[in-house]
Design a binder for this molecule. Structure first.
Ligand code: 0A1
Ligand code: ZN
Length: 861
């Protein structure tokens, strides 16, 4: 590791100390200027800890003035070393005024106040407020905010901040001055400011208790026609939270701003959400079904944070899952109620089985409540968010929907207006239900993926069924000793003659036996129905039993799961040297054929049942990932299926109804199944015409993308022509060009390297925009296993180039980009070498950010 002068000090959860001072009110003044914004902050402070000096956080700030109770301090009265402002001698209660100057135009990290094109925008979570002014930048310091913004009136018609607008006027010299007041005390990470010229969409919502809330959606000029879906989704989310959890919105206005410059998906700032525009803007011609789904779910997510995150926030950042796991769970429940619950669940399960299991097996493994953090931005992870949501879901499974809702109500009542902990949440659930959750709480402190082993024994004479469950969790990079967890295992028994039984088993020991009497015949057991716990399942069932489950289980997720497990077994057999043709039983094809011939109403599920598992899911079944073996097995199976069921794919494709675009469950299912068929048909030599027709006849982006992806995956000549046409047609629309970048970057052929090179000089590509960089490079490293893992190491070098370049611009995005390289130990000797080499090059660089440093150093140690 290069010697570094920086102060890189990881923090531990156990070192938490309450703040030495509180800041009940803050009055902020902004004079906006892209190169020299003046921020003046007037705060009331109250001492909590006797004798303590006042130490405020600050980064990249030019300090102009410090005053205590209106008296200016001399340089000798404070210390500005490191990234803080320390004032040793302060009274117990006083007014502190701080004036700083910042340069939004130089802020390419997009944390704090930055320029998003011609607009000003902020992002303060997790620790961005310290780039705006000196402050106690921690979530347990809650203040009431008054904000005044001044900017040139003509260029900035909208000057926005949290809460209610209380005044607006234009001065004689043409400045606009707007004042905001947020009555709800909040931590500074929820502060937001936006200034710009936008198109505005307006609507309103009447809450259950009859209050009217103004809804305002701000989008870039010319984009108003793409805003309606998000606005409607917001209203659905508001209604849903009232109905499901009895939670009403609390301010008179709710604003959403869409920006193309954003590090993440969106941000729940009180009353003023900021969204990555790809999660707001949609119209039939530009947005896929997946885009519509994401918009609804993220609009819901940010809205639901108003209670789980804002009204009750986190004591410290180690508690992040308190708001994120819970809010992801809430948005998943919302999405399930709005569309296909089965498909939502399948999506969530895929994410856990790919990215989350991979994270558990990586040097960055951590519990949903991390113990040690160098750079907080590195812990907005799939573990904290999505495994966190699984943990909440298990609570609901154990306590029941009603019991869970009571726990939620108690939690919100107890902690409204406070900064709480994960333990507070568990305690509320426990108290509301009089249920001992002490063992369950281990899910918060234990990292790693638990292996569940399941077997069955049936005694025909006594009619007793005995089920045996076992759990074990291997040591992870961060933790060696693992205890037995409380694991809710939902099962279904498929008996003869269509008889079925459902049970919930609570596994509390390492090994446990469950007996069932009066079972008239040996059932097929569906284990872990609906993925009732985020674990890896090893079951002793036969191939036949898996196919039986795929055909007959009640739960669609369980059906899909069974066939996924079936394929993963078959892939393993081929890797072990068996012939791909021979390992597939005729029964499999009969079943697939019957689905294609009579797909019924749930066509989206049928499309999932007919899909092979993806590379990333299969990879997680292996400690050492056999890259070439998995890819080759998948390719063989895909060709075999395409050949064997060729005519069925064609007739199903022709029979699925096509109608003018609508985003609803049935039409989404139709498009998905047609796209699935097209994907297999593309592997026939004579498919070119159909691919072209699908592309040219498409009246919506889902169908367009389906044609592009099918021709891309089958490596047809058509792909090049279609992508050229597509890029030409949309060459001035960034939102769609991101899809073109993604398609270029996921080509399975070596051509990908040239394409990525070319796309970097596209007029719309910019290293300063995270969406562009992710569209090209994350797509390549995370969705193009064939070329990313190219045996000559070219893929790794390309990613290293992108990470190094990005780290100087936007460390947070750079650190996310590097993820696939961290797990180098899981590949074969020569790939290990190639990956380690590029990591070492990064480690040797003298100017690494904390973000990238934390990951590279954990990976190489
Ligand atoms: N709290 C937001 C996600 C978010 C986190 C960090 C950010 O910048 C570092 C931005 C957004 C959410 O869960 O939606
Ligand atoms: Zn969130």
């Amino acid at each position: 590791m290069a010697t570094d002068q920086q102060n890189r000090q990881a923090k531990s959860r156990h070192d938490y100390q309450p703040p030495a001072f509180l800041i009940p009110t803050i009055d902020l003044h902004f004079e906006l200027d892209s190169a020299a914004t003046i921020v003046s902050s007037v705060m009331q402070l109250r001492r909590q800890t006797a004798g303590a000096a006042l130490k405020l956080d600050g980064q990249h700030l030019k300090l102009l003035q410090v005053l205590i109770d209106n008296k200016q301090l001399s340089d000798a009265q404070y210390d500005l070393s490191g990234e803080s402002l320390t004032i040793p001698d302060v009274p117990d209660a006083f007014e502190l005024k701080i004036v700083t100057q910042i340069a939004p135009v130089e802020n390419t990290a997009l944390e704090g106040l930055y320029m998003a094109g011609n607009s000003y925008c902020t992002q303060c979570e997790a620790e961005g407020f310290r780039r705006i002014s000196y402050f106690l930048d921690r979530p347990d310091v809650l203040s009431e905010y008054r904000v005044t913004i001044k900017a040139a009136a003509a260029s900035y018609p909208y000057l926005l901040s949290n809460g209610n607008k209380i005044a607006e006027h234009i001065t004689a010299d043409g400045s606009r001055i707007v004042q905001w007041h947020d009555p709800f005390p909040k931590p500074c990470y929820l502060f937001a400011l936006v200034a710009g010229d936008y198109d505005l969409l307006e609507d309103n919502f009447i809450t259950a208790s009859g209050r009217e809330v103004a809804l305002q959606l701000f989008v870039d000029k010319g984009q108003a026609h793409r805003g309606d879906f998000a606005l409607q989704a917001l209203k659905r989310a508001m209604r849903w939270d009232e109905q499901r959890f009895n939670l009403e919105y609390d301010l008179d206005i709710y604003m959403v701003v869409a920006t193309d410059f954003f590090n993440m998906g969106a941000m729940e700032n009180k009353g003023l959400n900021v969204f990555n525009s790809k999660y707001v803007l949609a119209e039939t011609a530009t947005a896929t079904d997946r885009d519509y789904f994401n918009i609804e779910s993220i609009i819901g997510h940010e809205y639901f944070h108003n209670w789980t995150g804002n009204r009750v926030t986190c004591q410290d950042w180690f508690q992040l899952s308190l708001k994120e796991g819970l809010t992801v769970f809430r948005d998943q429940e919302f999405s399930a109620d709005m569309g296909s619950a089965t498909l939502c669940r399948i999506d969530a399960v895929k994410l856990i089985r790919t990215a989350q299991f991979a994270e558990d097996a990586s040097p960055m493994a951590h519990p949903i409540r991390p113990e040690s953090v160098l750079e907080m931005n590195n812990f907005y992870t799939v573990t904290v968010y999505d495994k966190g949501a699984e943990v909440i879901r298990m609570l609901q499974t154990i306590l029941g929907k009603e019991g869970f809702a009571q726990g939620m109500a108690l939690y919100l009542k107890r902690h409204d207006g406070q900064a709480a902990t994960c333990d507070d949440f568990i305690r509320a659930m426990q108290d509301a239900n009089r249920y001992d959750l002490s063992q369950f709480a281990l899910w918060y402190s234990q990292s790693g993926t638990t292996q569940l082993t399941a077997s069955q024994q049936y005694d025909a004479a006594t009619q007793v069924l005995t089920l045996t469950l076992g759990q074990s969790t291997a040591a992870t990079a961060d933790q060696s000793v693992k205890k037995a967890l409380l694991i809710p295992v939902r099962i279904e028994l498929l008996l003869s003659g269509n008889e079925k039984q459902s049970h919930l088993l609570l596994l509390t020991e390492y090994d446990q036996v469950f007996s069932f009497n009066n079972i008239s015949n040996e059932p097929v057991v569906v284990w872990l129905e609906h993925f009732s716990a985020p674990v890896k399942l090893q079951q002793q069932s036969s191939d036949d039993a898996l196919l039986h489950i795929a055909a007959f289980a009640t739960d669609g997720v369980a059906r899909w799961d069974a066939i996924q497990q079936f394929w993963s077994r078959k892939v393993a057999e081929v890797i072990a040297g068996k012939n791909a043709q021979h390992v597939l039983p005729p029964k499999l094809f009969q079943m697939m054929q019957s689905w294609l011939r009579d797909p019924g109403d749930d066509k989206a599920l049928i499309a999932e049942l007919l899909s092979l598992p993806d590379f990333e899911t299969l990879a997680e079944q292996y400690e050492q990932i056999p890259v070439d073996g998995i890819l080759s097995a998948l390719e063989q199976f895909r060709q075999i299926i395409a050949d064997r069921l060729q005519s069925d794919f064609v007739s199903c494709y022709q029979q699925v109804p096509v109608s003018a675009y609508q985003y609803d469950e049935a039409s989404v299912g139709n498009r998905r199944l047609r796209a699935l068929c097209l994907g297999y048909i593309a592997f026939q030599h004579n498919s070119q015409q159909l691919l072209q027709a699908h592309y040219h006849q498409a009246d919506n982006m889902s169908d367009t993308i389906a044609a592009l992806m099918a021709s891309q995956q089958a490596q047809t000549d058509t792909f090049k022509a279609l992508l050229a046409d597509f890029s030409q047609r949309w060459n001035s629309d960034v939102l769609v060009m991101d899809k073109a970048f993604g398609l270029a970057a996921t080509q399975p052929s070596e051509q990908v390297f040239t394409s990525i090179e070319e796309m970097q000089s596209h007029p719309l590509f910019s290293w300063k925009n995270p969406n562009r960089v992710r569209a090209l490079f994350s797509a390549f490293s995370m969705r193009n296993p064939r070329q990313f893992h190219s045996a000559d190491g070219k893929g790794y070098q390309l990613l290293q180039y992108a990470v190094a370049k990005m780290d100087a611009i936007n460390p947070q995005v750079a650190a996310r980009l590097i993820t696939p390289l961290l797990s180098w130990r899981r590949y074969d000797e020569s790939r290990q070498q190639a990956m380690r080499n590029v990591l070492q090059v990064l480690a040797d660089s003298s100017s690494l950010s904390n973000d990238v440093f934390e990951k590279v150093s954990r990976s190489l140690s």
